[in-house]
Design a protein around this ligand. Structure first.
Ligand SMILES: *Cc1c(COP(=O)(O)O)cnc(C)c1O
Length: 448
């Protein structure tokens, strides 16, 4: 496998693009594979190398790289008629109707252009309707490049995780470890009156994939309800992926007050959305007075691509396909790890998967034979329960450098393209095949 053309493009890119890329995770070691084109579940790079792709745009590409005919036809029609107007179109209503029909907690939506925009507006809305400033987030949770949630530290001792953000933003943000019932209770005991909302991903999807412990979401739901705070589910990554059309909140049977969406609902084009009960969402301007606006919001080409993608998924058992392959992959990886890397933990659900390079991950109790067979489910009866990662600190303690410097590059040489680091989720898409899965498992066997 040669990478001369990618190397040359990266050299050029470094002169005119900061770090050679337009989103930081794309700057993979030693340099990124520049893409020539996609083909189903594969990517072909500018040196002609073909990879099985599990980056899938970092989440948006449920169907893979080939748009089904109806998606392609819609995209072409809407771009040909005039890409956008600054006036409303019917297709915006249609996508909103599709989402509200499938996600019970969502009665009304506001479309925006990215997940970041969605979480910014959701936080503003929560603060406005509660008249409170504090936001509770999960350590290691990701809500885009927004000032209020780019924090490090713990509890009320948070500070901005990037230069350029005034400390005063972090003063209003409280961070708790995911899956820690007690920490959430304590924070509400101390600050309940000041907390506008808990903002969390239903599954930590940007930090190793951490599955919630049984009852954790119910606990958050109860705490927020008892203290007059809102529960915001950030379903930017899980929306229309985990739990299929009902999203992760359906899978876990929780009704958040507000939900943020992005990624899949744009069918591969830039998108975001804030959804929830009408009495909340109607507080946005012009219905209410919480300012929210965007030149490109509800872009017709995006709306059409998202709508036809979701319709296609609903009509063609796409979730069955990707979840079955996901299960096969996680089960295969679980066997390989048991054999070759017993400390490592296979995580993920539905079409998400990852092997986290945990240290000391061996069995510590529980009954042998009761292992999570296809991805960690945080079951107390699993022999690995004590050792499997439950929060961001556990993921952070894993062998990140080995993942980045040896494992990922090794997999790339085997023709399997994985994300930049061990924090980012990997995705099975509608175009992947059983053959892809088998080839992928062989590659893991070789490189792990
Ligand atoms: C990707 C992601 C975001 C940010 O979305 P962008 O479209 O990249 O701004 C926010 N929250 C979660 C959970 C995400 O996975």
């Amino acid at each position: 496998m040669t990478h001369d053309n990618s190397r040359e493009l990266y050299d050029r890119a470094l002169s005119v693009l900061a770090g050679g890329v337009n989103s930081s995770v794309r700057a993979t070691q030693p340099y990124p594979a520049f893409v020539e084109r996609g083909d189903g579940g594969h990517i072909i790079d500018v040196d002609g190398n073909r990879y099985i792709d599990y980056i899938m745009g970092y989440g948006p590409l449920l169907l893979g790289h080939d748009m089904p005919d109806r998606v392609q036809a819609a995209v072409q029609q809407y771009s040909a008629e005039g890409p956008m107007y600054g006036a409303p179109t019917e297709v915006e209503i249609e996508l909103a109707e599709f989402i509200t029909r499938h996600v019970p907690s969502v009665e009304m939506l506001r479309f925006v252009n990215s997940g970041t925009e969605a979480t910014v507006s959701a936080v503003r809305l929560a603060r406005a309707v509660t008249g409170r400033d504090k936001i509770v987030v999960m350590e290691g949770g990701y809500h885009g490049a927004q000032e209020s949630t780019l924090v490090e530290g713990s509890g009320t001792h948070t500070q901005p995780s990037s230069p350029g953000i005034p400390d005063s933003f972090a003063d209003h943000t409280i961070a708790v470890p995911f899956n820690d019932f007690e920490a959430a209770s304590e924070v509400f005991e101390a600050h309940g009156e000041d907390i506008a909302a808990v903002l969390t991903e239903p599954i930590l999807g940007n930090y190793g994939i951490v599955y919630p412990e049984e009852g954790y979401h119910d606990h958050l739901r109860e705490l927020t309800e008892n203290h007059g705070s809102l529960l915001i589910f950030d379903e930017v990554i899980t929306g229309f992926r985990v739990g299929g059309l009902q999203c992760a909140q359906g899978k876990f049977d929780i009704e958040p007050d507000i939900t943020t969406f992005a990624k899949i609902i744009g069918g591969g084009f830039p998108v975001g959305a804030i959804g929830g009960r009408s009495d909340l969402i109607e507080q946005f301007t012009p219905a209410g007075d919480v300012f929210q606006s965007g030149t490109f919001s509800g872009h017709p080409v995006t709306m059409a691509a998202g709508l036809e993608t979701l319709r296609y998924a609903a009509d063609n058992d796409v979730y069955d396909h990707v979840n079955t392959l996901g299960e096969q992959l996680r089960a295969g990886l679980t066997d390989i790890c048991a054999d070759q890397a017993p400390d490592y933990t296979v995580v993920g659900t539905d079409s998400m998967f990852k092997v986290v390079f945990t240290r000391d991950g061996g069995a510590t109790g529980g009954e042998d034979g009761d292992h999570c067979a296809a991805g960690c489910r945080q079951r107390p009866s699993c022999p690995r329960y004590e050792a499997c990662p439950k929060n961001a600190a556990d993921i952070k303690a894993a062998e990140t450098e080995r993942w980045v410097r040896l494992f990922r590059t090794g997999m790339r040489e085997e023709g399997v393209l994985l994300p930049a680091n061990q924090f980012e989720s990997q995705f099975v898409c509608g175009a992947h095949t059983e053959e892809d899965i088998e080839q992928t498992l062989e590659a893991y066997k070789e490189v792990l």
